[in-house]
Design a protein around this ligand. Structure first.
Ligand code: GCU
Length: 384
């Protein structure tokens, strides 16, 4: 089946990333990446705060759960902030091991089936209405992220997994996002928006991972779904420790270009989630924006990027995300052509070129074990 007409955008074009007539050297790539990052920080995501002055990691047992409870305490001047994460290590493998580091909406309490992991009373999260939730971490959320984070599958593939709830770091609320966690700790102002603060959370989880003797700091990947896919991509664009990123249905402000007029627009995202990004882009014509999302992807080169989309999730613009990846691939030096969007849509198979991969699957907006299976198959060739 070819893509439905409303998945495609007429007259779509992205500005070329490499100036005409220039050939791509490592030096030119670094220079362009510096410009893309600054443009994206200045116009879309805002600043990522510097690392905190102190970070300690306490390892606490979680009996019979297969996981450990990590308590991270971050310190800046006379301020402190503690946050929970969980670590799962593959059984029977001796380290150092590659790592998958994730933020999830609910976090470890959503993945563990026992009630041993604390529910964070200070977290503000997006929760599905069917779980009877109101944006706080309630008992009804326990175990609801199990299928999104199929830990045994990840551990069997050889990865240690480190996971935390995004809402413990930065409340996902337009009214309260600066009231708790990263913003008061680091004393940030309006220029550091929530997506950049969740990015900061990914980077601190990696700092914590690097203190663990079981983890190989040269083989770390980050993963996130949807709004957390946006933050995972921005983290990978900014931190060369990240060897690979898996962004699932990251959509507007993630992999989906504003110039591809399908799904969520920057104006809609700004209206629904004003705290995520800097204001003002929604009013501009997409063609006039000084950035687009292929720059975000290209800022990650030469490291690995895996994107996933779903055919019923036009809100996250599967075709536009694919085209952004194809366009960015010039910065990885990919010379051979990608299947066109029709062939990609019809095939519903993973498509990969070197360090870049993409798949479209049937179904809607969610992170499914199938997404992980395909991402893990791709990562196995990238993580050493
Ligand atoms: C909303 C939002 C998207 C976001 C998604 C999610 O749909 O409009 O930009 O990616 O939530 O995070 O699940």
């Amino acid at each position: 089946m070819t893509p439905p007409a409303d998945a495609m955008a007429e007259g779509f074009a992205l500005r070329p990333l490499i100036p005409p007539g220039k050939s791509l050297t490592a030096e030119l790539r670094n220079q362009l990446q510096g410009q893309w990052r600054s443009t994206l920080a200045e116009h879309l995501y805002g600043d990522i705060p510097p690392p905190p002055q102190g970070l300690t990691v306490e390892r606490l047992p979680l009996p019979d759960s297969g996981a450990e409870h990590l308590r991270l305490t971050l310190q800046q001047d006379d301020r402190q902030f503690s946050v929970d994460a969980a670590l799962w290590l593959p059984q029977g493998l001796s380290g150092p091991l590659p790592l998958i580091c994730g933020l999830d909406f609910v976090g470890p309490a959503g993945v563990l089936l026992s009630d041993a992991f604390p529910l964070d009373p200070a977290a503000t999260i997006y929760t599905r209405p069917e779980f009877g939730a109101d944006g706080t971490m309630t008992e009804t959320l326990r175990g609801t992220s199990v299928y999104r984070w199929p830990i045994p599958l990840l551990n069997e593939a050889g990865y240690a997994v480190l996971l935390s709830s995004y809402g413990s770091w930065v409340p996902d609320s337009a009214e309260r996002w600066q009231d708790h966690g990263v913003s008061p700790l680091m004393g940030t102002n309006d220029k550091a928006r929530a997506l950049s603060l969740w990015t900061w959370a990914y980077l601190r989880l990696l700092d914590a991972a690097m203190t663990l003797p079981e983890v190989d700091g040269s083989r770390m990947a980050v993963a996130g779904h949807s709004r957390l896919g946006k933050a995972a991509l921005w983290a990978a664009a900014n931190d060369p420790r990240i060897r690979a990123v898996f962004a699932n249905q990251s959509g507007c402000g993630g992999a989906a270009p504003a110039r591809h007029r399908v799904g969520e627009t920057l104006a809609q995202m700004e209206a629904g989630y004003p705290h995520w990004t800097l204001p003002g882009n929604g009013q501009a014509a997409a063609e006039d924006l000084p950035f687009d999302q292929h720059m975000l992807l290209a800022s990650i080169a030469p490291r690995a990027v895996y994107l996933t989309c779903a055919e019923d999730d036009l809100w996250a613009d599967p075709v536009g995300s694919y085209k952004a990846l194809c366009s960015a691939s010039t910065v990885w030096g990919v010379k051979d052509s990608w299947p066109d969007a029709d062939a990609m849509w019809t095939g519903k198979r993973p498509v990969a070129k070197g360090a870049l991969g993409y798949h479209l699957r049937p179904g809607g907006h969610d992170l499914l074990p199938l997404d992980w299976r395909q991402a893990l198959a791709f990562l196995s060739g990238q993580m050493g």
